[in-house]
Design a protein around this ligand. Structure first.
Ligand code: ADP
Ligand code: MG
Length: 142
């Protein structure tokens, strides 16, 4: 919602200045039609980032949620319009299934709006659950 580009830039700025974050490389921004959620939503702006961090995955997700809150995200309807949504897609080749964190992100494999920006910066990265690269998963989508 609002100035979507500015919200992404603000989130990346906060990420870059956070303790434990060494570097952040951002993909291009992709404008996409909403998938799921309530009717009548505007288009979304999506990007993927490659982050080098000394944080463990749980602490890194916590950081993402702190940034979401600082940017003013209020959690209402799931998949409804929001100011920002920061998801952890992959963390090295780790597979995590804890109550608050699933890595690789459980819904990334079917979402073109995730895989396209991700493939731009990490097409050769291997999804540790399927053994396929991000580019292969993207190309196999219907
Ligand atoms: P969505 O990203 O599907 O639109 P939310 O942003 O509201 O939904 O996330 C809901 C919950 O998903 C978060 O509270 C978080 O604990 C959990 N979660 C589990 N795994 C992940 C992940 N890999 N990345 C982001 N959130 C995750
Ligand atoms: Mg999320």
């Amino acid at each position: 919602m609002g100035d979507r580009c500015a919200h992404i830039e603000a989130a990346v700025g906060q990420l870059r200045s956070a303790t434990g974050v060494v570097s952040v490389a951002l993909s291009s921004l992709y404008e996409t039609e909403p998938v799921g959620g309530p009717p009548g939503q505007g288009r979304y702006l999506n990007a993927a980032a490659c982050v080098e961090t000394t944080l463990e995955p749980e602490a890194f997700l916590e950081l993402l949620m702190v940034i979401e809150r600082e940017l003013g995200r209020v959690r209402r309807e799931r998949w409804g319009p929001r100011i920002i949504d920061l998801d952890l897609l992959l963390f090295d080749d780790r597979v995590i299934d804890s109550p608050g964190l699933t890595v690789p992100h459980p819904r990334m494999h079917e979402r073109r709006f995730v895989l396209e920006p991700l493939a731009e910066i990490g097409g050769a990265v291997i999804d540790p659950r399927s053994g396929r690269t991000i580019s292969e998963i993207l190309m196999s989508l219907p």
